[in-house]
Design a protein around this ligand. Structure first.
Ligand SMILES: [Zn+2]
Length: 251
């Protein structure tokens, strides 16, 4: 069984994108216990379905990654990938605040110095779009700016070309896929599921830790209970998406 986990922010706000430091620490303790292999995304993608492994990803590049998550990862020798938004480096998650999701607080994003420091600790840095704009339904010029410029700024700042990308809001279409495939070896979505050999490397599903933060579900990895939970959540999200699309069509 293979999966990629998603975190965003480590803070006490209890928002949709937040886990507390103690919740993260509990999860990382279990991940470091040896009960499952923890691999970088690139190694997880090229492994096979008989490998029992998890990859750890953090979206957006919040300052609390460098101050809280990175030291916890380093203490436990766990690899992870952080997806950053180059035009917002050193700023805040203004896209969350302007998207009408008031439950998500404004949070500081890492500076380039902080990003370089975690990168030197062994954290992989990936792209998450130049401005965190949705990349579905966009023309080639917009996609080139958001994807290629994101890549070249990261390369110029870190001296290393990012190989992995995460679609902002999990949104993409064929044009996005084509543009991301030209520039990256792999890309992560927000589709809630395990990774299997059937998944294309640029449409990798992930399991959002929002669903694991208050329970001990992650610790039941590998059991029927865990598989049933993923199946249940996946079905719930599919139904909500279909209902949303039906509502959209009626407008
Ligand atoms: Zn994001």
């Amino acid at each position: 069984m293979r999966a990629i986990l998603t975190w965003h922010s480590v803070d006490d706000s209890n928002s949709l994108i937040s886990v507390t430091a103690s919740q993260l620490e509990r999860q990382l303790d279990w991940l470091a216990s040896g009960k499952v292999l923890v691999l970088p995304v690139s190694a997880l993608v090229t492994s096979t379905d008989d490998v029992d492994a998890i990859a750890l990803t953090f979206d957006d590049g919040f300052t609390n990654f460098s101050s809280i998550a990175a030291p916890l990862l380093q203490e436990r020798n766990l690899p992870a990938t952080v997806f950053i938004v180059p035009s917002k480096v050193g700023g805040t998650n203004s896209w969350d605040v302007s998207s009408g999701r008031p439950e998500i607080p404004p949070l500081r994003l890492m500076t380039w110095d902080e990003i370089r420091r975690v990168e030197q600790q062994g954290i992989e840095i990936g792209g998450h779009g130049l401005t965190h704009a949705s990349l579905a339904g966009r023309d080639a010029t917009f996609l080139a700016a958001e994807i290629e410029e994101c890549t070249s700024i990261i390369e110029a700042s870190l001296g290393k070309r990012p190989s992995c990308f995460a679609y902002p809001y999990g949104k993409y279409d064929r044009a996005t896929l084509s543009a991301v495939s030209k520039t990256h070896a792999a890309a992560c979505t927000t589709r809630f599921d395990f990774v299997t050999a059937l998944d294309a490397p640029h449409e990798l599903p992930r399991l959002d830790n929002y669903y694991f933060r208050d329970n001990r579900m992650l610790e039941s990895w590998g059991t029927r209970r865990f598989a049933a939970f993923v199946k249940f959540r996946k079905a719930g999200r599919t139904v909500r998406k279909a209902v949303g699309q039906a509502t959209e069509r009626r407008r």
